[in-house]
Design a protein around this ligand. Structure first.
Ligand code: NAP
Length: 677
């Protein structure tokens, strides 16, 4: 295989590695496969290119435009993934490891694309939460909004997931409208560079949206300011060195860190041998130990079992691990590939050595194991290794040292309180799991340990077929953890997008809030004309356009007819004395649902037209009872419009039902689907 020249992409140019470039070796046989690194990139030009070319172009797009862009990038990448699988073998990854990395990354982009379309507006300003009433008469209101940062995001990624690691950061960042400079880890940067090239060559991205550093970051971090973000994934020591740089501290540069953690899994007290939970625990533990040869930030490093179950568990793990085939990652029957490099292998062996002072090895001998289809001496292969720590309460290293490879330590616990204490001893982790069919145990763990962990994963016989796995961070859910795990949080749907946006509290009149959110706020101006709004197409409807209906009197006959017709003969509608005894009612009252039905009867335009369907109703509140003899009328205001398909969009209407004294009796949000034309 010819040596790959891993390039950087800076201020619009591809830049080849320089003479000082580092040689990257194959995980399979140690041969040289790539050159990566450069003497000096012009980092200020890179920042300026992102800030003044990429940023404005991205910010000119709406969230929906960016979501469509992200989806198109994901689909384009999917077309080119075979080449990425091929390259990934050299990192020691099997095909199923690469699928986690490459397909997982593509899937993550698709989730962000879908969340961007469904949960964010077709706008450039994101409204965070509801309008806050700040004044008695509603003429002065508050609203939190989020707008795109006007700087650049620097993404520094770990070596273990060169594609997923890049995409899980790019998805939310691009959705936020912020350009990125991606700096992959050098040892697998050739895979990241290949994926980056696919993204860039798609021609889909605006100029300046993404750049790539293959090699060191020089003085880049010293040049960042308050509008920039560093999003780092890697070891705790690198995170600590980078986040404490004076410029990062002095300019309060946002620094998100996802770092290593001593994740744990608890075998529930109820999950004894013979239960589905016991078998599930064994298979989850083995998967986490062997997938990516244990080089997953979320892998289970500490396996906790009731003291009495430890021998049975070690026995079951042994039997399952005996079936693991270590070998050339491209071989079909290989179930565990190699570590990324011989340096990484030696680092793991050293860590096992340190752990061995407090543990004994019960499975895996690095000097005696077989490797299929590759040379175990030349390649970075290691066997899965299980250590046993008999006294985890006094032991230190098992709760502190991460052997970033196929290594886990089994430890006993006395009862669930003891297990929770052990769980929290690692001082913050990305994920902890509990395999239990006992919901009391689950609740105890949440109360005792959730604050120490970014994610808690419960699994049992009910969820096991559809569960996603202890070690899989999902784009819908937050990924990160407190303390040792870095104190960061990524993904989590729209939450992850907010890392690249500024939240600002806006105070002002209803008209100001309507204008900036392009969403009608009660109290702000309305418009109306001769034409009923149901006769207008989606595009012809304006925010704030309204209709006020005539009055309709509610009679006792109406109430009784409705009660007998629907079967809702609740006493408040039918029995004067009983209704009057209820503290909410003056006597017999109209059904709330009768009011809704009459409201529709008042505002609807019956002929076929652009309104296709009523698809829902939100935030219904009945504010004042309506008694026979009262009159009601309805105001309908176009509150918000959202495109949904190529033919129609959703219109949200603010509906207010008032009585003859202009008092509110009910309000809600009505959803309709309207043809565009
Ligand atoms: P690492 O050595 O800390 O490196 C991480 C990244 O930082 C690499 O891109 C590295 O680039 C870069 N880097 C190192 N020194 C730097 C400096 N002075 N300035 C700028 N960048 C610098 O970690 P790794 O070995 O790649 O990854 C393994 C670790 O990452 C494990 O501890 C694992 O637990 C953790 N991890 C955590 C997560 C998570 O989500 N929490 C995910 C995956 C991995 P070079 O490669 O060029 O040195």
């Amino acid at each position: 295989m010819a040596l790959i020249d891993v390039q950087s992409f800076a201020h619009g140019d591809w830049i080849a590695p320089s003479s000082s470039a580092r040689i990257v070796a194959s995980a399979i046989d140690g041969s040289s496969i790539a050159r990566s690194g450069h003497d000096a990139l012009n980092y200020q030009d890179m920042i300026d290119y992102a800030k003044f070319t990429g940023g404005p172009a991205l910010r000119a797009m709406t969230f929906h435009d960016r979501a469509r862009l992200i989806k198109a990038l994901a689909l384009h990448l999917r077309e080119h993934r075979d080449h990425l699988y091929e390259l990934s073998y050299q990192t020691g990854a099997t095909l199923s490891d690469s699928k986690i990395d490459i397909d997982g990354g593509i899937g993550t982009l698709l989730v962000f694309a879908s969340k961007g379309r469904r949960e964010m507006p077709d706008e450039t300003i994101y409204l965070d939460g509801d309008v806050e009433a700040l004044s008695r008469n509603g003429t002065f209101l508050g609203q939190h909004v989020c707008t795109s940062l006007q700087g650049v995001a620097v993404h520094i990624n770990a070596y273990n997931f060169p594609v997923w690691g890049m995409l899980e950061k790019l998805g939310p960042c691009l959705l936020a409208g912020v350009p990125a400079i991606v700096k992959p880890a050098t040892s697998t940067g050739y895979v990241a560079e290949a994926a980056f090239k696919v993204l860039l060559n798609s021609g889909l991205l605006p100029e300046g949206a993404i750049q790539l550093i293959s090699g060191g970051t020089g003085d880049l971090l010293d040049r960042l300011g308050s509008q920039d973000v560093v999003s780092f994934t890697g070891s705790a020591s690198t995170a600590s060195a980078l986040r404490s740089q004076p410029n990062i501290l002095n300019n309060a540069v946002r620094f998100v860190a996802e770092q290593d953690s001593l994740n744990a899994s608890i075998l529930g007290p109820d999950a004894i041998p013979g239960t589905p939970e016991f078998d599930l625990f064994v298979s989850e533990s083995v998967r986490e130990l062997t997938a990516k040869a244990g080089q997953k930030c979320t892998a289970i490093r500490r396996i906790m079992a009731p003291k009495t179950q430890v021998p049975a568990l070690v026995n079951a793990l042994t039997q399952a691990l005996d079936k693991i085939v270590i070998g050339h990652p491209a071989n079909e029957n290989t179930t565990m590939g190699a570590l990324v490099s011989n340096a990484q292998k030696h680092d793991v062996l050293e860590k096992i050595n340190t752990l061995s002072a407090e543990c004994e090895r019960v499975y895996g001998d690095p000097d005696h194991f077989s490797v299929q289809g590759a040379d175990s001496e030349k390649g970075a292969f290691l066997p899965p290794t299980i250590l046993h720590c008999d006294n985890p309460r006094s032991a230190q290293s098992v709760h502190a040292i991460e052997a970033f490879g196929p290594v886990s330590t089994v430890m006993p616990y006395e009862d669930i309180e003891d297990a929770i204490e052990l769980l929290n001893k690692a001082d913050g982790s990305l994920v902890a799991s509990v395999i239990t069919h006992d919901t009391d145990v689950a609740r105890d763990v949440v109360l005792g340990a959730a604050c120490y962990h970014g994610r808690l994963y419960f699994n049992d016989r009910t969820s096991m077929k559809e569960s996603t796995g202890h070690g899989s961070p999902l784009p819908h859910m937050v990924h990160g953890g407190p303390g040792r795990a870095g104190g960061g949080e990524e993904m989590g749907g729209v939450r992850g997008v907010m890392h690249y946006m500024q939240r600002t509290a806006i105070q002002g009149s209803p008209d100001v809030l309507t204008k900036l959110g392009n969403q009608w706020v009660p109290g702000s101006s309305t418009t109306s004309d001769e034409t009923h709004p149901f006769k207008k197409t989606y595009h012809d409807l304006d925010i704030g356009e309204s209709i006020q209906t005539d009055f309709r009197t509610i009679t006792l006959d109406d109430v009784e007819h409705f009660a007998n017709f629907t079967g809702d003969t609740f006493y408040a509608h039918m029995d004067e004395a009983a209704a009057a005894a209820n503290p909410f009612f003056p006597g017999r009252v109209a059904h709330g649902y009768l009011l809704l039905s009459f409201a529709a009867g008042l505002f609807v335009e019956p002929a076929p037209g652009p309104v296709l369907a009523n698809t829902g109703l939100n935030n219904l509140a009945f504010q004042k009872p309506v008694v026979p003899g009262d009159k009601i009328r309805v105001q309908l205001v176009v509150r918000r419009k959202t495109p949904r398909t190529s033919e129609y969009g959703e219109v949200r209407w603010h509906v207010a039902i008032t009585n003859q004294d202009d008092e509110s009796v009910a309000s809600y949000e009505l959803l309709t689907m309207n043809h565009y034309t």
